[in-house]
Design a protein around this ligand. Structure first.
Ligand code: ATP
Ligand code: MG
Ligand code: ZN
Length: 487
């Protein structure tokens, strides 16, 4: 069976979803007979770049064009759709980066089209070409014959040399709005006899983040998974996601500063074989979704929710580079919850304090609880900035080590998870990395020098060897104690 996204590739301009500015410009040029020699179609994956390039190629070569649209019946239309038309050449620069292909194109453009009216070269992921290939391309673009049209597609416009860009007309494809994706999914579902609830469609559309190909791939995956009606839960199960109720439990536990509940949720997720990273990702997405819809699923103010999602993203980044994901997830989540509970408390204090008299004198404002509260919030903010800076320096340090540093230190650091606390760097190894831990213990002074130099101040390095899986439980208990919630 043909996959959905291929089966539903638009065959004329009017079928393309969104990207109206591109459709308008291209059809206008076709009408006026003033098609450019070079186009760049830039934009995110799966938004219609290749599709649009093929429609343009068909419109230019069609034997019975219907207004600006290709007929999709004549020989050239059919052959272009099948990829067998001699004068339309598609090249994937991601797999053919070299100069040979481009030279071949350069040598061929001089000849007239063999079958059609235009030679159309569609180069996908053009930013991947090598420098030499770009140079060869430039020569061709400088004086293109009138019967040649280049369409360069790219997901990274910023990597295309300015010399190429300046010789082309650039169209930026945009992420397709969720509602349009949802509509398209509904149309296709109806056509295919897929029975699916509106909230399930909405969920898929949202997760596709603007890409129709991804949306169709997900729809197909879900469809194969279930032969009865597809609802939100089916979608989540089919895509290996975590049920929204669990995600919300997790966020609510953070918002309430309830570490105990937090750990229960995390354990549940872990023992059901799901990934903590997915949980956090889902949590961030759900928070954003709620903010967008102005929904009051979460009992906090928008600024607070934004702050929590930012901290969750930081945690996600931290987890990505570590092997002990589970423990980092627990500690990190508990940390956010505790920090966050503090912020809530202090904000409340600030509110209470400022309520009795709206006009607090300068002097008063500088004293007492309010000042403390403001300080707490400020210091959290500063720490965040600090932390980002430290992480950046740390990444630089790893790069430097890679270039010319000590490999055993590099390897050990890469295998550990590193976190920062004021002027302390904590390097943790999980139990299977005992050897690296021992090695670093012996070279602690060197390690401290390295960090101190990079951070421009005296830095203390603390090495930790984490226990085995079973002792994770004990660590959890310790953390609970730390947060005053003994189990
Ligand atoms: N704007 C759109 N309208 C309708 N369908 C679309 C659109 N964009 C993508 N699709 C669907 O996704 C599939 C892939 O689209 P296409 O190959 O044009 O994406 P692309 O932008 O070239 O992506 P990539 O950058 O990954 O090459 C199409 O076959 C179609 O099913
Ligand atoms: Mg493409
Ligand atoms: Zn035709």
């Amino acid at each position: 069976m043909e996959v959905l996204y291929r089966k539903y590739r638009p065959r004329k301009f009017s079928e393309v979803v969104d990207q109206d500015h591109v459709k308008r410009a291209l059809t206008g040029a076709i009408q006026r007979g003033s098609v450019a020699h070079g186009y760049i179609f830039a934009g995110p994956r799966g938004t219609g770049k290749t599709t649009m390039a093929r429609i343009l190629a068909k419109a230019l070569n069609c034997e019975n064009r219907e207004g600006v649209e290709p007929c999709n019946k004549c020989r050239s239309c059919r052959e272009i759709d099948e990829g067998t038309f001699m004068d339309v050449v598609e090249l994937d620069a991601a797999s053919n980066r070299g100069i040979d292909e481009i030279r071949r194109i350069r040598d061929a453009v001089g000849y007239r089209p063999m079958e059609g009216k235009y030679k159309v070269y569609i180069v996908d992921e053009v930013h991947m070409l090598t420098k030499e290939a770009f140079n060869a391309l430039l020569k061709t673009l400088e004086e293109p014959p009138s019967h040649v049209v280049f369409v360069f597609a790219t997901t990274n416009l910023e990597k295309v040399p300015p010399t190429i860009i300046s010789r082309c007309q650039v169209f930026e494809f945009r992420n397709i709005p969720d509602e349009l994706i949802e509509q398209r999914l509904a149309e296709i579902s109806k056509n295919e006899g897929i029975s699916i609830t509106p909230d399930a469609l909405r969920f898929i559309a949202k997760r596709a983040s603007g890409g129709l190909r991804d949306a169709l791939t997900m729809l197909e995956q879900v469809w194969k998974f279930s032969d009865s009606e597809i609802d939100l839960e089916t979608v989540q199960r089919a895509l290996g996601l975590i049920p929204v109720q669990v995600v919300r439990d997790y966020v609510n536990a953070i918002l309430a500063g309830d570490v105990r509940r937090l750990f229960t949720v995390l354990d549940e997720v872990y023992y059901s074989g799901k990934d903590c990273e997915v949980l956090i990702q889902e949590a961030v997405e759900d928070i954003l979704d709620c903010l967008e819809r102005d929904s009051n699923v979460y009992p906090s103010t928008p600024p607070t929710l934004v702050q929590v999602s930012r901290q969750l993203l930081n945690l996600l980044r931290e987890m990505r580079f570590s092997e002990e994901k589970r423990i980092i997830c627990k500690v990190g989540s508990a940390y956010i919850a505790s920090r966050f509970a503090q912020t809530v408390e202090s904000q409340q204090k600030t509110k209470e304090n400022s309520q009795p008299s709206a006009q607090v004198s300068q002097e008063e404002a500088k004293t007492g609880d309010k000042k403390e509260a403001v300080n707490v919030v400020q210091s959290i903010e500063e720490k965040k900035i600090d932390r980002a800076e430290q992480e950046k320096k740390y990444r630089e340090l790893l790069e430097e080590l890679k270039e010319k540093g000590d490999l055993s230190i590099l390897v050990a650091l890469s295998l550990s998870s590193v976190s920062f606390e004021d002027s302390k760097v904590i390097v943790s190894f999980d139990s299977s990395k005992g050897m690296h831990y021992e090695l670093m213990k012996r070279r602690l002074a060197e390690l401290e020098d390295l960090f101190s130099k990079k951070f421009g101040k005296r830095v203390e390095v603390e090495l930790r060897l984490l226990g085995k899986e079973e002792t994770l439980e004990r660590v959890s208990q310790k953390i609970l104690k730390l947060f005053g919630q003994e189990g």
